[in-house]
Design a protein around this ligand. Structure first.
Ligand code: PYC
Length: 404
């Protein structure tokens, strides 16, 4: 008889929801799954359910541009993202899942005297904070990226760049699947297509969660819902100072590999990398208006393509394969909102703008520690929601590669 082949599932099919969990994580993306994984792995807390209104990785985790870097401007941001890069470096081995992390180097181009001064300042701040980052001239850029147009033809010729060697790209679906599979193996329950519709508050705590599949009681709730964070927090009666914008990006048809660094130009509002599939992945800054409408715009495609061709004229005849938008939740100081809220057992990972995917492992480690021990880890203390009431903002605007 012919043998029937059943592919092995990455994680168990969803079960019936139990009546109660010690921890319920809302959002089945990289942050939610990382938090669930580290709760089980580091603290032995396995009575955890991850609820996702769509499929796993359907939100920001599956709709970003996969760039990982740590060249931030504030001491708080630098420490936090450096630790995230360090965790990403060991994560394939830890999860026993190839995340295809390629630390190919990250170049932020300068096209004016003023931009050169800003890059120099940024490199010096990075170096004081222990981050591998320096300003390089045209000869070094040519060595790192011979394909880049370094002539005086472009409207804004390249003058130099901030070079961050540990920066890289990673396979974003793999990060989600790796965390999901590892969490599942430790006993965490993963519930796709389970939407949270209400949060019941009793005596300043969330006592239960209403979902499209019934009501669950809980010890702790974590909202890791990126673009939807304000809506989910509002269900708990928590107001987050966040606006939601869209970020657009596109990939071209696959080409033979010729770009093995990440090229960013703040002045041209564009970043370019070549994926392992050979596609050129190209993005721009977030749209300045707030919206949940996920439709791409022609003006984005036109402008971003034009700016990319200033850098790589050889892509002139390359076809665009697909475009997408992702929701970005932006805080007033461009730093995340992470940890406790005024509702005792309701924790958030929010306000990431376009930096969220870079932070998944360190968010998981620190949120899991907060829930397990009741103590906020030092690394995330500066990112508390409270800072907007105590006037202790952490302004990270100057660290933007391009976006926000
Ligand atoms: O901050 O590296 C970044 C980034 C890339 C795309 C959007 N933001």
């Amino acid at each position: 008889m012919k043998e029937i082949f059943f592919p092995k599932r990455m994680w168990r099919p969803r079960s019936e929801l139990k009546r109660r969990y010690e921890v319920v994580v809302v959002g089945g993306g990289s942050h939610g799954l990382a938090t669930a994984y580290y709760l089980a792995k580091h603290h032995g807390i396995r009575d955890v359910a991850v609820l996702e209104k769509s499929y796993i990785g359907s939100g920001a985790s599956g709709r970003n541009t996969t760039i990982i870097r740590a060249n931030y401007r504030t001491p708080e941001g630098a420490d936090f993202y450096s630790e995230s890069v360090r965790l990403y470096e060991g994560l394939s081995a830890k999860l026993d899942f190839n995340l295809m992390f390629s630390q190919r180097g990250h170049l932020t181009l300068a096209h004016s005297d003023r931009a050169m001064v800003v890059m120099q300042e940024r490199a010096e701040v990075n170096q004081i904070l222990g981050i591998d980052s320096k300003v390089v001239g045209l000869d070094r850029i040519r060595e790192l990226c011979p394909e880049l147009d370094l002539s005086d033809r472009p409207t804004w010729p390249v003058m130099g760049a901030l070079y961050h060697p540990p920066g890289g790209i990673i396979r974003h679906d793999a990060v989600v699947w790796g965390f999901a599979r590892a969490a599942d193996r430790l006993g965490v329950e993963i519930h796709p297509y389970t939407e949270v519709t209400g949060l019941e508050r009793v005596n300043g705590r969330v006592a239960a969660i209403e979902t499209s599949r019934g009501r669950i009681e809980c010890g702790h709730v974590v909202s890791a819902t990126a673009g939807w964070s304000t809506l989910v927090a509002e269900l708990a009666g928590v107001r987050l100072p966040i606006t939601t914008h869209i970020l657009q990006a596109f990939v071209t048809e696959p080409l033979k590999p010729f770009l093995d660094v990440i090229i960013v130009s703040s002045q041209l509002h564009v970043y370019v990398s070549q994926t392992d599939r050979g596609e050129f992945l190209i993005g721009s800054e977030i749209e300045p208006y707030t919206t949940y409408k996920g439709t791409g715009t022609l003006s984005f495609l036109e402008t971003t393509s034009r700016h990319t061709l200033e850098l790589f004229p050889q892509l002139e005849r390359t076809k665009v394969l697909r475009t997408w938008t992702g929701l970005c939740d932006l805080s007033p100081d461009y730093s995340p909102i992470l940890g406790r809220t005024e509702v005792d057992n309701f924790h958030v990972s929010a306000g990431w703008g376009t930096y969220g995917f870079k932070a998944a492992p360190i968010v998981g480690v620190t949120l899991a520690e907060l829930i397990a021990t009741g103590k906020t880890p030092d690394l995330i203390a500066p990112f508390a929601l409270e800072r907007f009431y105590t006037d202790t903002l952490v302004s990270e605007l100057a660290a933007a590669a391009v976006s926000h």
